[in-house]
Ligand binder design. Structure first.
Ligand code: MN
Length: 430
């Protein structure tokens, strides 16, 4: 199988610097997008460090999950060494292409990979983001998530912890398939339907990449925008990448990628196909073998923040010594009291990560506490932040005149109900 690619990264219209990085390494068949975060150009350093390390590790013979883990270690070490880079992090979504058409993906964060096959576009990767977590718990609809003010908050990133859990996926590409890797500067500006229609419209991958970036800018360009497009081409078609583009590009509507002629059909396909992706293990008989698996398990963070507060306070006291050197704050997300790791407010592009969602809602708080949390109350250590959350919980209990932490919270519909204890097992199993 042959491959053609197109790519573009753009600062967008809302940011002073481009902190995204991309990789197109045809020699090794390695392609990636990284979206860095952190103040004063630290995000740029984070994404570039991740990409450079990924490339070196993969080129040195490591599989993609280990190459992504090496990138994590490199970003983490650099952040620890240099005070100016402290707290930096990055997403990384990487695709390794083999000559037989197998694509292996390594993924951390909220950059995304999509697969277009026969005109239908499906999202391959799961976002490691707060809103995705809330959607999984049934607290937000996918539509609400798309426009949620905190949709940029990610729950997993490179450079934050010494170890990272890497999601890997395998896609067996067929001639005519197209992969898109992109940062959230694209997906935050354009709907899946618009992205799908644009991918169908432009057979030339470079033209498709540039058009997507232009459209994201026209839609506002709030964030850095990065796009990598990979086309799988049949060996025997006698066309190189450029030739394929020349032949196919002018023939809009008849290109081999446009099996579905109406955009509406494709749009429905996006909506219909996406929910299948998380269950791809069960669909392994289909020829799209999108198979998420966990490269490694990590005991910190993701497991802790999904647990109910009662369990966490007990566990956390013993387990958080390591966190003591880090910055934490307590704020509100989707109206719920949340313990964040990082700096409040996404200052200078730095996006905090969610350490733990509690079942305490804003309406459970006193007005003073609510105002305090709206700005984010900062702590030097995890245990300090934890104690603060406990105090809020106790204050609420005192006000409500109850002695349990799972009593109904009258003023708020979903939060604070006993069902909060149930989704935790779902969250931790992912
Ligand atoms: Mn971004």
């Amino acid at each position: 199988m042959r491959f053609a690619d197109g790519s573009r990264s753009d600062v967008g219209r809302g940011r002073p610097e481009n902190e995204d990085s991309l990789l197109v390494d045809r020699e090794h068949g390695l392609y990636a997008v990284a979206d860095g975060m952190g103040g004063h150009r630290a995000g740029e350093v984070a994404s570039a460090t991740a990409i450079d390390t990924l490339r070196a590790a993969f080129g040195g013979g490591n599989p993609i999950d280990r190459a992504v883990a090496a990138a994590n270690a490199a970003v983490f070490a650099k952040a620890a060494d240099d005070a100016a880079l402290r707290g930096m992090g990055t997403t990384l979504t990487a695709v390794a292409l083999r000559p037989d058409g197998t694509a292996i993906l390594g993924h951390v964060g909220d950059s995304r990979a999509y697969l277009m096959r026969d005109g239908a576009v499906t999202q391959v990767t799961d976002d490691h983001s707060l809103v995705e977590q809330l959607v999984r718990e049934g607290r937000l609809s996918p539509e609400e998530a798309q426009h949620h003010p905190q949709r940029a908050i990610i729950t997993r990133a490179l450079g934050v912890d010494p170890d990272v859990e890497v999601d890997t996926y395998r896609v067996d590409l067929k001639p005519g398939d197209r992969l898109l890797i992109c940062s959230d500067g694209l997906t935050g500006m354009l709907s899946d339907e618009t992205i799908a229609a644009t991918l169908r419209r432009h057979a030339d991958p470079q033209q498709a990449a540039e058009t997507l970036v232009d459209m994201a800018n026209q839609a506002g360009g709030d964030d850095n925008i990065t796009v990598v497009i990979l086309d799988a081409l049949a060996d025997g078609d006698g066309r190189g990448a450029a030739a394929a583009a020349d032949v196919a590009a002018p023939l809009e509507g008849t290109g081999e990628l446009q099996v579905v002629d109406a955009d509406d059909d494709g749009a429905r396909a996006v909506a219909a196909a996406r929910p299948d992706v998380p269950d791809a293990d069960a669909a392994s008989d289909a020829d799209v073998a999108v198979t998420p698996r966990r490269a490694r398990r990590k005991m910190r963070g993701p497991i802790v923040w999904g647990l109910p507060i009662v369990a966490v306070i007990g566990i956390a006291v013993g387990a958080v010594g390591w966190y003591a050197r880090r910055t934490y704050y307590v704020g509100l997300s989707a109206d719920r009291v949340t313990l964040f790791k990082g700096v409040p407010g996404g200052l200078l592009g730095w996006q905090p990560t969610v350490d733990r969602l509690t079942d305490l809602s804003a309406a459970d708080l006193t007005e003073a506490d609510r105002e305090d949390l709206e700005n984010g109350h900062r702590f030097a250590s995890h245990s300090d932040a934890d104690r603060f959350v406990t105090r809020l919980q106790q204050a609420h209990e005192a006000l409500a005149g109850t002695t349990t932490t799972t009593g109904p919270a009258p003023a708020t519909p979903p939060a604070g109900t006993p069902t909060d204890a149930t989704p935790a097992s779902t969250a931790t199993s992912r």
